[in-house]
Design a binder for this molecule. Structure first.
Ligand code: G1P
Length: 300
């Protein structure tokens, strides 16, 4: 593998309007909603950085200021914490600013995920790149992105992440029809459908928000017509690549069986916060104890 083919860049679409969380997201991007003690977007940036993707492009929309400010230094705050000798908080504040090189581009018109990814064309150039969607958080004790990067290097195609869901849930996701690849732990994607009804769905394998893509997806996105919901769908462009032949074609899937937290709607978000807080070293023991007695009261 030449260094030109190493995945170095991550694209994080962060231009969603967050309408499911209104009024909380009236003046603040949904990516800034706190998950336990840091904004959701910080988990995603940290995940990218943890696998060596230190060149990050955020595709933002309105209220981009809060995102930029969060990843920027605040010298006066750092000086105050330093004077007080509060090294724990100082470390927590600096954790968000030492995360690599973050670039920003605006999406402009909200024309869908495919359109947001296409905005990264110039920044990414002709190399494979990762896309991380902020609504999905992957537990840092489990491996996903690093496995996908390896599969991309092996196949030279594009790689998606899949989870098994209840058939009734599939209409919330892109859905993949797959075939096994002999001797490998990844699968080949034959077909992709964006948010099918349970009747139309070719499987119960749902696409989650991690992608490692060949740059040829940009050319395909440029030609992709609006699809489901009138939006330019990344799923549709990947379906084109799955059906194509030649350089940059082929789509492969990694089936993820680790811990994933969905923060995309209010109920899932609340569950994610509770699960992650229960797993945290400082809050976990007390919260678990309290939750157990709270749950017992609910039952009585
Ligand atoms: C997007 C994709 C969908 C995928 C989902 C994962 O949909 O279009 O294929 O299953 O992310 O989170 P969205 O949730 O942005 O509507």
């Amino acid at each position: 593998m030449t260094s030109a083919h190493k995945v170095r860049k991550a694209v994080i679409p962060a231009a969603g309007l967050g309408t499911r969380f209104l009024p909380a997201t009236k003046a603040m991007p949904k990516e800034m909603l706190p998950v336990v003690d840091k904004p959701a977007i910080q988990y995603v940036v940290q995940e990218a950085v943890s696998v060596g993707l230190t060149d990050i492009l955020m595709v933002t929309g309105r209220s981009k200021r809060a995102l930029e400010d969060h990843f920027d230094r605040v010298p006066s705050l750092e000086a105050t914490l330093e004077d007080k000798g509060d090294t724990a908080k100082l470390k927590a504040v600096q954790a968000a600013t030492d995360l690599g090189d973050i670039h920003y581009v605006r999406q402009g018109d909200p024309k869908g995920l495919g359109h947001a990814v296409l905005r990264a064309k110039q920044h990414v150039g002709e190399e494979p790149f990762a896309v991380l969607l902020g609504d999905d958080l992957i537990d840092d004790r489990d491996q996903l992105l690093s496995v996908m990067i390896d599969v991309q290097a092996k196949t030279s195609g594009s790689v998606i992440a899949l989870i098994e869901v209840e058939p009734s849930q599939i209409s919330a996701y892109g859905c993949a029809d797959i075939e096994e690849v002999e001797g490998e732990d990844y699968v080949r994607v034959r077909k992709l459908v964006e948010k099918p009804s349970p009747e139309e769905a070719p499987s119960n394998l749902a696409v989650i928000g991690r992608y490692v893509l060949h740059h040829s997806v940009f050319d395909v996105l440029e030609e992709t017509e609006p699809g489901r919901g009138g939006e330019i769908q990344l799923t549709d462009a990947l379906q084109t690549l799955a059906a194509a032949e030649g350089e940059g074609s082929g789509v492969y899937g990694v089936v993820f069986r680790g811990r994933r937290y969905d923060t995309g709607d209010k109920l899932s978000y609340l569950k994610a916060v509770v699960q992650l807080a229960c797993a945290s070293e400082d809050l976990g023991p007390d919260l678990r104890k309290w939750l157990t007695s709270f749950a017992a009261e609910l039952d009585s």
